[in-house]
Design a protein around this ligand. Structure first.
Ligand code: PHE
Length: 454
């Protein structure tokens, strides 16, 4: 009936959705967020957020894409009149994220190579900021291009756009079917090694020890919802786009449960691995675990190189494995973000896939060169801050209101999902979308405005 490309298998779709979800957020964001928000007690709000926002929104986005068979702008346009803008807004956010996400993957790729010779020496901090990024002295100074960063960025884009050009089944699906199992195996090896190091138990203890006094703190609940949104790639146009390539018959709700739990499972594994490793480092230095905890860029490119250097054996292999994990987790997410605008351009202007990859992907690649400059890290921080504070939450809020508050349209989606799923969704789903999630996202939006403009 339509000539939209399709996934070859259901497993292929799930692998791609999981590939998008599992990213840097799982490896360097989740462990620290959980630790700072009540440790073991964080799992309660986290699970609540997964069941009231994560999975319901995944079901909604999967249904939207599957029913209206379009990129996010086209699906929203078909869903309700005057709604196309929301799709473009999400696409715009994805575009910006893609430009800097590519830079972080490029660093990981470089560090995978550096691992063999432990190029960071005994001072990973100085190496990362000074020798590798050649960071500018002042934040405002963009400075020149740093070739050592530019080359891996170009490589990342060649791989990503090369996969996208090949299309859904032969490109994205095959890439995910190779990269995700490789990632999981490599990561498991690292986790097992970390768990058998001295100090691992103390690390896990610090991670899992519940601080129940935190549970009444709204900040903890906000963190849980924030983590679920970012980690499951919801509100970014991604899951709508990916599900538009599903075959006519597929179990939508089941797909959403599998994706949600697979992502959280990996997140938990990452928490265990990261904290076992931090426990080892604390043990080596003779300090308590809380003194070595970090997240983000610092954790990945400064703390981990230090930890890996202290491994008793096979440091080169473990360093390579860890940074390859970051690279693979990042690549499968980058592919999914870029696909949102590739598909958006294709649907809107009726151009071939090759053209839209060349124009959309090419433009994003070109802009990401900004992050290969001496001021790149500062630019990246500001872009990320801005997107996190205003892009993601607001777009998510607009989405739940637009879908959750219009009873007739919501019912259409519900019937569509139920017509082809073993799991039947009903009032739980409608209450989560129409009431619980808008309240939480509304609260987060207000908080963000207060902290930024007071
Ligand atoms: N879900 C990815 C992660 O956990 C992040 C991501 C966000 C990917 C937005 C694509 C788009 O890291």
């Amino acid at each position: 009936m339509d000539n939209r490309p399709q996934w070859g298998t259901r497993a292929g779709f799930i692998m791609a959705a999981v590939g998008s979800a599992i990213g840097l957020g799982n490896i360097w964001r989740f462990p620290a967020v959980a630790y700072e928000n009540g440790g073991g007690a964080f799992f309660l709000p986290y699970l609540f957020a997964l069941l009231t926002a994560g999975i319901p929104l995944l079901i909604m986005e999967f249904t939207l894409g599957h029913k209206y068979r379009g990129s996010s702008p086209l699906s929203f346009a078909r869903f309700r009149k005057n709604s196309e803008w929301l799709g473009w807004w999400q696409v715009a956010i994805s575009f910006v994220i893609a430009t800097y996400y590519a830079a972080i993957i490029a660093w990981s790729l470089s560090f995978a190579v550096f691992s063999f010779k432990q190029s960071w020496g005994s001072d990973p901090e100085g190496f990362f900021f000074g020798k590798y990024l050649k960071l500018a002295e002042t934040p405002g100074d963009i400075g020149g291009i740093v070739p050592g960063v530019l080359i891996p960025i170009i490589l990342v884009w060649i791989v990503t756009l090369g996969i996208l050009i090949k299309g859904i089944k032969k490109g994205i699906e095959i890439a995910n079917k190779i990269m995700i199992p490789t990632l999981v195996v490599l990561f498991l090896i690292i986790v097992v090694r970390a768990l058998t190091l001295d100090g691992a138990a103390a690390g896990l203890d610090a991670f899992f020890k519940p601080d129940w006094s935190e549970i009444a703190n709204p900040k903890v609940w906000v963190a849980a919802y924030g983590q679920i949104f970012f980690s499951l790639s919801i509100g970014f146009a991604i899951m709508v786009t990916y599900s538009s390539y599903l075959p006519k018959k597929t179990d939508i709700s089941n797909n959403a449960f599998i994706t949600g739990f697979a992502n959280s499972g990996f997140e938990l594994l990452a928490g265990i691995g990261v904290f076992a490793a931090l426990g080892f480092m604390a043990d080596q230095q003779g300090v308590p675990v809380n003194e070595v905890v970090g997240s983000g860029v610092g954790l990945a490119f400064i703390v981990f190189p230090k930890i890996i250097s202290e491994f008793p054996a096979f440091n080169g292999f473990f360093g390579f494995a860890f940074f390859m994990c970051l690279t693979l987790a990042g690549l499968t997410s980058l592919i999914s973000i870029v696909e949102t605008f590739v598909a958006g351009i294709q649907d809107k202007f009726n151009v071939s896939r090759n053209k839209s990859v060349a124009v959309g992907g090419g433009l994003a690649a070109f802009i990401s060169i900004l992050f290969a400059t001496k001021g790149g890290l500062y630019l990246l921080d500001s872009a990320d801050y801005f997107i996190n504070q205003f892009g993601i939450v607001l777009a998510g809020l607009a989405e739940v209101i637009l879908v959750g508050w219009f009873a007739k349209e919501l019912k259409t989606l519900q019937n569509h999902a139920n017509s082809m799923s073993d799991i039947i969704i009903g009032s739980w789903w409608r209450i989560c979308l129409g009431i619980i999630t808008p309240i939480i996202l509304g609260y987060m939006t207000i908080q963000n405005f207060i902290t930024n403009f007071k």
